[in-house]
Design a protein around this ligand. Sequence first.
Ligand SMILES: Cc1cc2nc3c(=O)[nH]c(=O)nc-3n(C[C@H](O)[C@H](O)[C@H](O)COP(=O)(O)OP(=O)(O)OC[C@H]3O[C@@H](n4cnc5c(N)ncnc54)[C@H](O)[C@@H]3O)c2cc1C
Ligand SMILES: *[C@@H]1O[C@H](CO)[C@@H](O)[C@H](O)[C@H]1NC(C)=O
Ligand SMILES: *[C@@H]1O[C@H](CO)[C@@H](O)[C@H](O)[C@H]1NC(C)=O
Ligand SMILES: *[C@@H]1O[C@H](CO)[C@@H](O)[C@H](O)[C@H]1NC(C)=O
Ligand SMILES: *[C@@H]1O[C@H](CO)[C@@H](O)[C@H](O)[C@H]1NC(C)=O
Ligand SMILES: *[C@@H]1O[C@H](CO)[C@@H](O)[C@H](O)[C@H]1NC(C)=O
Ligand SMILES: *[C@@H]1O[C@H](CO)[C@@H](O)[C@H](O)[C@H]1NC(C)=O
Ligand SMILES: *[C@@H]1O[C@H](CO)[C@@H](O)[C@H](O)[C@H]1NC(C)=O
Length: 599
Amino acid sequence: MMMWPTLSLFVSTAVFPCLAQASSGGDYDFVIAGGGIAGLVLADRLSENPNHSVLLLEAGPDPTGDPLVSTPALSGQLWPSKYSWNFTVVPQTRLSGATPALHQGRVFGGGSGINFMAYCRGAKSVFDEWAEVSGIEDLAWDNIVQDFRNSANLYVPDPLPYEQPINTTVFSEDGPVFVSYDRPDRLSQLEPDFWNAWLNDPYQPAKTADLTDGTGIGLVKGGPHAVRNSNGTRSYAWTAYGYRAASKPNVKILHGSRVVKINFDTSDPASPRAVGVDYVAADDDTSPITTVTGNEVIVSAGAINSPRLLLLSGIGPQAHLSAVGVPLVKDSPEVGSNLRDHHMLATIFSVPPSIVTASSLSNSTVLSALEAEYHATAGGPLSEPGPQSSTFLTERVPDAVLRALDPGANMSYYLSLPADRPHLAYQYAGTSFLAEYAGAEYNAATAFVALVQPEASGTVRLSSASYRDAPLIDSRYFGSDADYAVARYGLGRLLGVTRSARVGVRELFPGPNRTEAQVFRDIAQTFHHPVGTVALGRALDSGFRVKGVGGLRVVDSSAFPAITTCHTHASVYALAEVAARVIGGEDKRRARGRKEGGL
Ligand SMILES: Cc1cc2nc3c(=O)[nH]c(=O)nc-3n(C[C@H](O)[C@H](O)[C@H](O)COP(=O)(O)OP(=O)(O)OC[C@H]3O[C@@H](n4cnc5c(N)ncnc54)[C@H](O)[C@@H]3O)c2cc1C
Ligand SMILES: *[C@@H]1O[C@H](CO)[C@@H](O)[C@H](O)[C@H]1NC(C)=O
Ligand SMILES: *[C@@H]1O[C@H](CO)[C@@H](O)[C@H](O)[C@H]1NC(C)=O
Ligand SMILES: *[C@@H]1O[C@H](CO)[C@@H](O)[C@H](O)[C@H]1NC(C)=O
Ligand SMILES: *[C@@H]1O[C@H](CO)[C@@H](O)[C@H](O)[C@H]1NC(C)=O
Ligand SMILES: *[C@@H]1O[C@H](CO)[C@@H](O)[C@H](O)[C@H]1NC(C)=O
Ligand SMILES: *[C@@H]1O[C@H](CO)[C@@H](O)[C@H](O)[C@H]1NC(C)=O
Ligand SMILES: *[C@@H]1O[C@H](CO)[C@@H](O)[C@H](O)[C@H]1NC(C)=O
C-alpha cells in the first residue's frame, strides 16, 4: 500500500484520489521541488504514464482567481509582492557597489506567473550549442523546434495591423501556452514611435524578423506575448500545464510547501542516492518538517533556488560547503557557478498624458474606465503586459565597431559568437524603472538595453547553512572589460535613438548632468533572466542527472548550458518537454530492464 506522509498542515480536508503505486520503495516515483515552468511541465508530462506517481511541492501560493496575476497590465505590481522571492545581488563593482534586485516567481507558474509575458526563442545556434555541450541531440534547434511547437499555440489578428513577418509553422493548434500578437486595441500607443525610430535609424537601421522561429537578430512588432486572446489573460505554466496535471489521479500538487533539504542514502559514500526531501509550510516560521520519499527527486526551483537547494543539501563545491558548515554529500564544483543573466541600462522619459502608463493605473477614474473596457472586450490597455510593452529588437554590433570600442578590452569572445547571435536587446515599458519618476506628474516610460550574450559569469552561494538566510548572488553586471564596453556602447546607441527620434516628450533619466558611473550605479537592472547555475554538461549529465549522484535531476533554467539571445521563458517550456521525454524514456527502459532481469 502507498504510504501517505502526514500533511494535515497543507492539505486541509481534501480527499485525494488513490495514486498509482510507486514502482519501488518511495512514496512517489517522482518528487518535484518547485512548481514553476519546468516543474509543472514535468508533473504533467511524466504523469501521462498512469503508472507514474508524482508529488510536486511549490513554496508559493495558488494564485487562481487573482486578477493581479491574470491581468497582463498589472504585471509590474507583482515584484515585489507575495508572489516573489525578492532577492538582490551582492554589491557590484561595475556599479559602484549598487545591489540591484533579482526577482524570481514564488507562485504556481513561477516566473511565468509574474513576468512581462514577452515570448521569444532567439538564435538557433544557442540550441545547437545546448545539444553539443549536453550530448542531448533533442536540444538542437531542428529537433527542439518540435517541442516549442507542441508547447504553444499562436493567435495572429486578421488583418494584422502592422507589417511583421510571422512564421506560423513553429506553433501548433493545441500547444497549451497561448501566444498572441497584439490586435489593434492592444497595440501599445508607444509602439509605433519606438519601432519607427529603430527602423529609420540612419546608423544601423533595424529589420523586422520573427524571433520565435530560430532567427536571432531583428525587430519584432506587436509582442508576441503569452496572452490568451479570448479573454485577454496571462497564459502561464499553471493554466497551461498545471491545471491539467492537478486533475489527474496520479499527481498531487501542494502549494505553500517549501523544500528545505534533499535526503540521501549515503551507505556508499562514493555514490550517494537521493531518496526524498524534507519540506515545511513556507509561510509558517514554526512549521515542523515533513519528510517524503521518492524514487527520484527532480529539482525545478529556478536558477537561484535550484543551486541553493543543492548547496543546502550538501551537493556543491567542497570548500564552500565546508566554509558555511554544510555537511558534504558530493563535491560538485560546478553547482552554483556559470550564472548568466540579461543585465540592462535604461533611459526614462515622460510620455503624453494620452498614453497609459503604470502611473495612470493608480488613478481610480482611469483604472475603472479601463476595467470596463477590459471586461467588455477582453482588450484595451489592461490586456497588454507592462502596461504597454511590445516592440523589442536584438542587434549585433558590427565587428569594426567592436574592435574600436575599447583598445584595452579583449573582444575575442564577442567577435567569435556565431553570426546569428545578437549582442544587445532593446525594449521599452510603460512604467518608470526608478521609483522617483513613478509619480503621476511624470507619466513615465522606460526604454532599456541589455547585454544578451554576456561574457562574464557569476555565482550563487550560501551565506549560511540555514535555508532561512538569503543566498549570495553575484551575477557580475557587465563583468568583463568587453561586457562593460558593449554596455556603454548600447546605452549610447539607445540614447542616440530615443533623443533624436524624440520618443517621449521629456527625458527624465539620465539627463545631461549625470556621470557615467552614476548612470551605471543608479539604473542598472536585470531582465530577471538568470540561467546556467546547474548546467548541462557541467554539473549535469545527458540525463539531467547531477553527476555522481543517483536519483537526482535538475530540470529548469538552471540547466541551460548557454543563455538564450532573448527572453528566456519560452525556452524553459521546450527544455522541460525534452527532459520529460528523456526521463520518461529512461523510466520505460528501466521498467523493461526490471522485468527482463526478473527484479
Ligand atoms: C520579474 C520577471 C520578469 C520576467 N520577464 C520575462 C519576460 O517578459 N519574458 C520571458 O520570456 N521571461 C521573463 N522572465 C523569466 C522567466 O519567467 C524565467 O526564465 C522562467 O520562469 C524560469 O523558469 P524555471 O522553471 O526555471 O523557474 P521558475 O519559473 O522561477 O520556477 C521555480 C519555482 O520553484 C519554486 N521554488 C523555489 N524554491 C523552492 C523550494 N525550496 N521549495 C519549493 N518550491 C520552490 C518557486 O517558488 C517557483 O515557483 C521574467 C522573470 C521574472 C522573475
Ligand atoms: C503500467 O504497468 C503495467 C503493469 O506493470 C504494464 O503492463 C503497463 O504496460 C504499464 N503502462 C505503461 C504506460 O508503461
Ligand atoms: C517579498 O516582498 C513582498 C512585498 O514586500 C512581501 O509581501 C513578500 O512576503 C516578500 N517575499 C518573501 C519570500 O519574503
Ligand atoms: C519557419 O521556421 C522554420 C523553423 O526554424 C524554418 O525551417 C523555416 O525556414 C521558416 N520559414 C520561413 C519562411 O522563414
Ligand atoms: C480565460 O478563459 C479560459 C478559457 O475559457 C478560462 O479557463 C479562464 O478561467 C479565463 N480566465 C479568467 C481570468 O477569466
Ligand atoms: C484622474 O484622471 C482623471 C481623468 O483623466 C483626471 O480628470 C483626474 O484629475 C485624475 N486624478 C488625479 C488624482 O490625478
Ligand atoms: C582574449 O580572450 C580569449 C577568450 O575569449 C582568450 O582565448 C585569449 O587568450 C584572450 N587574449 C588575450 C590577449 O588575453
Ligand atoms: C544641469 O546642470 C546645469 C549647470 O549646473 C544646470 O543649469 C541644469 O539645470 C542642470 N540640468 C538638470 C536637468 O538638472
